[in-house]
Design a protein around this ligand. Sequence first.
Ligand SMILES: [Mn+2]
Length: 323
Amino acid sequence: MNISDFWHELTHQLKSLRHISLIAHKNPDGDAMGALEGMRCLLSDNFPHLVVDVVMPQEDFDAHVFWVMGKTEENFSDTTDCIILLDAPRLTRTALPLEVFADKKVLCIDHHESFEDSIPGYVDSHASATCLILTEMALTLGWKISVQAATALLMGIYTDTGGFIHRSTDTRSFVAAAELMRLGADQVRISTEVFGNYTLPYLHDLGRWLLSIVIVDGIACLFLWANTNAALKNHIIGFLSGLAGVDIACVMVDIEWVIKCSFRTRKDTIDVNELAKKLWGGGHKKASGCILDGRLHEGIFHWQWQEYSPTTFAQFIKTLWPL
Ligand SMILES: [Mn+2]
């Protein structure tokens, strides 16, 4: 579906709906939270007849981005007549069991690459953030954009572009950011909350983890524990991918019986989406991930009857990707 058809169809449908629930991927990042809060404001302000809920069932949120959120719900309401999935292409990426989506209408607005089982809706894999898509949508349709919406959307663009330094940063990102600032987005608060406000214990923790990084043939690898602070996980992978001599950064975190593996690269010649696909995952060219059915125990990753240290796992990644 092309962009204008999708948006006009959506606007048309919104008039006959009563109750919309918004959801994003589990372990929501700044773009997911910015999109949830931004879309909540946009829908509430432009379609006053709608009840709009944001469903965020988890509790461990990154405080550097959570401040932007308004009221959230644990689950869908019985009266929800449409769910909009933001910043994720499929229902398995949310923190809720698939049953809760049964017989509900679901639309997706996202900037990740599509899969065969992706939810229908609007996907622009060239957009640097889901918040960029929402900003362009609101501007194109002439929707009212409140200061709260503008701040949330700008925060999403800020975080998914790493503060306008990742390779995904483009003219569209700057144009949208400029429009949002013109509408009153609180850029000072975003930069202070997202990129500042670290505590000394946090920095000490970060320092200890930095000492555990290994680099093998251009692959930087680090295993983190489940209880590691959510902000630290995001922060550390940024450090890894920016290190001299690193082509691919790989961070493994154990989460509830599976291992989440995240890949980043700053090299134009490397596509970590292709790498993640080899491990049944996906994402973007410069940032991707996969879920592996293994476990981390005392610094060793147990997976498919093998034991990997960060060094041997980096060697394994190397075999998947001819650099
Ligand atoms: Mn995103």
